[in-house]
Structures are given as structure tokens and as C-alpha cells.
Write a protein that binds this ligand. Structure first.
Ligand SMILES: *Cc1c(COP(=O)(O)O)cnc(C)c1O
Length: 366
């Protein structure tokens, strides 16, 4: 049997960063300060600068980043927020926690991102309070076009950048376009911690201040709460120190991810497998997703050669049993179609050229 190629390999990733991570963890250990300290502040500064925003606020995870970021924009019970249904339920989970209502927008079959023509139709019906744009699989949406629509509607655009750290369009990074944006540092993300982590970035000082309060019980100073809706959602010092050490390596990892994606898109030639086009800096290839009319057969063929795949994501948000009471079960045609035909191939910086070649030849000989 050939050596297994897994869908991701965090062990390889950990060994490539072990020295830097070890010294960061030891420094925090010796500091005697573990929550909201110097490393957290330094990472917030570094990451804001990296994204090209004025503020970054570390929080406990990416879903909290969406929730607290939206709450800071005034989203709450009864708000109506446009979002896609193909992005793994994270934004919808945050909306449920806020008591807000998701208004699902279909996606474009090519980019798998929010269909802006459909968004325009929803916006024209009125009654929307915000739009969450998810840069899914690492592809930065056409934010100029998004902002034109949201500006006309007078609602804020919020970017979910959990899969798009570092993606760039016209020199601007993911997270610097919307009124505010969220990131996740879950271990598998393009920039990942060794545990949970997340952040909100924004240029708006008021939004930043509100997120800072919301992440810690609504406090404006110790034991004095001025803002309702507060939570405990903090990025701890060990994770912040690890992220600080890894941030300078992010662009290199993204470049390697993009190179692998480019090879797949150029070299996988099969009449039944649709690959994404070759993208530039706007794509950081968090996940490399192909479309196939017989996904299960292709998946089994790859598995027979010890190449593991996954589906991101198999169930549209509006078809999750947990949301059965949300009403409208009619579904969205492209979202439903893609959920049945997408397949994620292994694509991570530590994948070797030989492994990439094996994946390509396994598919082309299918
Ligand atoms: C991972 C992810 C999140 C949530 O991140 P967590 O840190 O796991 O809460 C949100 N949105 C998208 C698109 C994600 O991929």
C-alpha cells in the first residue's frame, strides 16, 4: 500500500515550527501572566498591522469573533443579517447566539462565494441590518462590488476571514474592507494556534472599544461593566505568543498553498472534475475544492490509493436539523447543488511535490 496522504497534517506543521513555538511558550510560562498581557497586546498590534487595520482585538475563537464583532455593530435580537449557507454554520451559529435572523443568500457556482446578484435582490426588498461576507476556501470576494451594494443599502459589511488570512486584492488584505472582520486561529487555519483563538479587526475605534468590552464581561475597567451583552471570550497569552511567532511565516505558507493549488488547477485534466481557476494573491488556498458529478465514486477511487479527502461542507445551514424551526426549507439551488458535488483535496504547505503529483495522477487516471 502506498503511504497515506491525509487531508491535513498538523504534526508536520508542528515540527516545522517547533523551535519558535517552544521558546514562545517557555517565555509565557516564566512570565507568570497568562490572560490579557504583553504577548496578547503585541500580537494584536502585529496582526492589525499585517491586515492593514487600525485595531485588532483577540478573542477566544472565530465564532465568538463573528458574534462579538456583529454585536459591536449593533446586531442583536430581531436583526436580519444576510449570509451564505455553504460556509459550515459558523456565522449562523453566531447569529443564533445573538438572537438575529439569518437571511440566506445563494452562492456563485464558480467562486462558491455569495452571489451578489441575489444579494442585490434581497437588499432591494429592504429590512436588512448587515451583510456577512465569507471569503470561503481562501478566496477574497470582490469587496468593491460588495461594498457598493452595502453602501447603497446603508448597512455594514462584515467579513468572515477565518479561511482567508493574508489574501490580498489591490494591495489590501482580507479584513480591511468591511466595517469589521473576524478571524479564527483554529489549528488547521492558514494561521493557526495550538488551541482555539480568534480576533476581530476594524478601523472604527468605537467598534474596537465595544469588542474589547464585550470580550470581558462588558467591563470598561476592572469590575466595572458599562456595556451589556458582555461575555468571557479572551485570547490567552500562550496562544497569542505562538501566533506572534508564526505570523512572519504566514505569507510563505500561503505562497506554498497557492503553488499547490496552481499545479492542481493546471494538471488535473478530467472531463468530470471541475477545478477552480488559477488565482493570484486574492486566493490563499485554505481548502482546494473541486466539483464532480459523481463525488462519492471519485472519493472512493482516491481512498483506494490512500489519498484522503473531505467535504466542506456536506449540509447547507438551512438543512441542519438544529435549524429545522427556521422556516423556509425551499433551499437555494446552487448551494444545494454544490453540497452534493464538492470534494476537498489535500492542500497544505507541508505537502511534498511528490504527494501533489500522486494526487494529480490518481485523478487523471480515474
Ligand atoms: C473555522 C471557521 C470559523 C469559526 O472558527 P472557530 O475558531 O472554529 O470558532 C468561522 N468561519 C469560517 C468560514 C471558518 O472556516
Amino acid at each position: 500500500m502506498a503511504e497515506e496522504i491525509s487531508i491535513n497534517d498538523l504534526g508536520r506543521h508542528a515540527s516545522s515550527t517547533e523551535t519558535a513555538v517552544r521558546s514562545s511558550v517557555e517565555r509565557v510560562l516564566r512570565s507568570g501572566w497568562y490572560i490579557l498581557g504583553k504577548d496578547g497586546e503585541a500580537f494584536e498590534q502585529d496582526f492589525a498591522q499585517y491586515c492593514g487595520t487600525n485595531h485588532c482585538i483577540g478573542v477566544a475563537n472565530g465564532t465568538d469573533a463573528i458574534e462579538l464583532g456583529l454585536r459591536a455593530l449593533g446586531i442583536g435580537a430581531g436583526s436580519r443579517v444576510a449570509t451564505v449557507a455553504n460556509a459550515g454554520l459558523y456565522t449562523t451559529t453566531a447569529l443564533m447566539a445573538l438572537g438575529a435572523e439569518p437571511v440566506f443568500v445563494d452562492v456563485d457556482h464558480g467562486t462558491k462565494l455569495m452571489d451578489l446578484a441575489h444579494l442585490e435582490r434581497i437588499v432591494s426588498e429592504g429590512g436588512l441590518d448587515a451583510v456577512v461576507v465569507t471569503h470561503l476556501f481562501g478566496l477574497l470576494h470582490d469587496m468593491e462590488a460588495v461594498l457598493e451594494i452595502t453602501a447603497r443599502a446603508g448597512v455594514p459589511a462584515f467579513e468572515d476571514c477565518a479561511q482567508s488570512h493574508g489574501a490580498r486584492r489591490g494591495g489590501r488584505r482580507a479584513g480591511s474592507f468591511g466595517t469589521a472582520a473576524s478571524f479564527s486561529f483554529y489549528p488547521t487555519k492558514n494561521l493557526g494556534a495550538l488551541g482555539d483563538g480568534g480576533a476581530v479587526v476594524t478601523d472604527d475605534p468605537q467598534v474596537a472599544q465595544r469588542v474589547r468590552r464585550l470580550r470581558q464581561y462588558g467591563w470598561d475597567s476592572k469590575y466595572h461593566a458599562s456595556l451589556r451583552g458582555g461575555r468571557n471570550s479572551r485570547l490567552d497569552e500562550i496562544q497569542a505568543a505562538i501566533l506572534r511567532a508564526k505570523l512572519p511565516l504566514l505569507d510563505g505558507w500561503n505562497g506554498r498553498r497557492r503553488d499547490i493549488a496552481t499545479r492542481y488547477s493546471r494538471e488535473i485534466i478530467h472531463p468530470r472534475v471541475q477545478c477552480p481557476p488559477v488565482y493570484g494573491e486574492e486566493f490563499v488556498s485554505h481548502l482546494y475544492v473541486v466539483v464532480c458529478d459523481d463525488r462519492e465514486a471519485l472519493r472512493a477511487h482516491l481512498a483506494a490509493s490512500s489519498i484522503l479527502t473531505d467535504v466542506h461542507y456536506p449540509v447547507p445551514d438551512y438543512r441542519q436539523p438544529a435549524l429545522a424551526d427556521l422556516g423556509d426549507r425551499a433551499g437555494l439551488p446552487v448551494t444545494d447543488d454544490l453540497a452534493a458535488s464538492i470534494l476537498t483535496l489535500p492542500c497544505y504547505p507541508e505537502l511534498s511535490n511528490e504527494e501533489v503529483t500522486r494526487v494529480i495522477s490518481c485523478i487523471t487516471t480515474w
